[in-house]
Design a protein around this ligand. Structure first.
Ligand code: SF4
Ligand code: SF4
Length: 393
């Protein structure tokens, strides 16, 4: 997530497709990841990883490392193996990452270590029915080369409706009865407070965990929802701790990455974060945060970073969506753009964008004479949609 591109440097559709068609930016890094791993193993004095720090993930009782492994962008199992061999004991993947390949990469890293590692994956965002959920989990188990996953998460809830679908719950219960999944979770980027509060207000308290976008720009509504959930013993894991992971000229050589991770982990209601780690350098940078405290210097770094990306960073809150007469899924369009320009991950950007029906994508804006959608943070929505259409549509 760290090697984003200066937004002003102008990734155009041609450049972008080069990334997308090559597979992913991560795939392009693959060769260097392998040689980096070889150097790591051959080094006379390998990097000394800190002692892992553990916290309990709500009522699951699982004691997981506070810096856990977000595998979404990782092109080779070697990086994940090194993390596991140095104490990291929780890995998060998803059925849809890298068109299904990401679970296979995680599966290879798990070989010989499965009993020491907690594995979380996700159903497809469109899955609702029993058949959908069964199929997703069976496919995941095969790709991960395991008999069970520790946490199965409903992927990308955009409001509370999916928390309560009876058929989905029946499928999850059946899978647990069969020993194929242990705990149930959800993930969310949009209307997060609504989703997390629904987990707490649910009379059955069906879900055990929530994976939320949580960073130093998160608003009070989300902080309060997360506090309620933690008090209800629902385990909360932070993702997207980096406010988009953009690289900006204003930051010079200073990386806000560790500061942002520390900010998320200092919150007592957060059990762990799952930064995306594509190579060993990123792994070292992230793992080093375990045991560190958030400092005044970190606060200054985050202020500077936040000021430098404020004009284009979308919080994905979804609050603008009711103001667009054509029902454009503005937050998902902007998330796709963030994957392209911040994470520089072409495949993820395109696959996310393609999940939006054309009638609710940035293409719909072509039928609109003037943009009346209002962003609560003052973003220029019309220009974001224009940009998305240029590089993704
Ligand atoms: S231009 Fe703005 S108001 Fe019009 S469809 Fe697009 S997002 Fe909605
Ligand atoms: S454009 Fe603004 S209101 Fe819409 S999701 Fe992004 S931050 Fe929220």
């Amino acid at each position: 997530m760290k090697s984003g591109q200066d937004n002003k440097s102008g990734l155009n559709r041609r450049d972008f497709l080069k990334i997308g068609l090559a597979g992913t930016a991560s795939a392009m890094l693959s060769g260097s990841v392998i040689s980096e791993a070889a150097q790591y193993y051959a080094a006379a004095e390998p990097f000394v990883f800190p002692n892992p720090v553990f916290k309990t993930l709500g009522r699951t009782g699982m004691k997981i490392t506070v810096v856990s492994f977000g595998a979404m962008l990782t092109p080779e199992p070697e990086v994940i193996k090194i993390a596991f061999d140095n104490g990291v004991n929780y890995v998060d993947t998803a059925r849809r990452y890298m068109g299904g390949k990401n679970e296979e990469i995680v599966g290879k890293a798990l070989k010989g270590r499965r009993d020491k590692i907690f594995v979380a994956t996700k159903t497809q965002p469109t899955s609702r029915t029993k058949e959908d959920i069964f199929k997703d989990v069976e496919t995941s188990l095969k790709a991960l080369q395991t008999d069970y996953v520790d946490v199965i998460q409903l992927h990308n809830l955009t409001d509370k409706e999916r928390v309560f679908i009876p058929e989905t719950r029946e499928a999850l219960l059946k899978l647990r009865e069969q020993g194929k999944v242990r705990f149930f979770g959800v993930t969310t980027h949009t209307k997060q407070a609504e989703v997390v509060n629904a987990l707490v207000d649910d009379k059955d308290r069906f879900f055990d965990t929530a994976l939320v976008k949580f960073n130093f720009q998160s608003d009070k509504e989300l902080l309060d929802a997360v506090a309620r959930a933690a008090a209800a013993n629902i385990g909360i894991i932070a993702m997207k701790t980096q406010m988009g992971g953009y690289t900006t000229e204003a930051m010079g050589k200073i990386s806000p990455h560790q500061a942002a991770l520390k900010w998320a982990l200092q919150n007592r209601n957060i059990t762990a974060a799952i930064p995306g780690m594509r190579n060993i350098s990123e792994l070292k940078e992230d793992i080093a945060v375990m045991g560190m405290s958030f400092s005044y210097a970190d606060e200054r770094i985050l202020k500077q970073y936040s000021a430098s990306v404020r004009s284009y960073y979308c919080d994905l809150c979804g609050k603008c969506e009711g103001t667009c007469p054509l029902g454009v899924q503005i937050s998902t369009v902007n998330r796709s753009l963030m994957y392209a320009e911040g994470y520089k991950n072409g495949e993820l950007a395109l696959s996310t964008y393609r999940e939006i029906p054309v009638s609710a994508s940035a293409t719909a804006c072509l039928d609109c004479s003037a943009c009346v959608a209002k962003c609560v943070n003052g973003l220029d929505i019309a220009s974001k949609m224009d940009r998305a259409r240029k590089i993704l549509a």
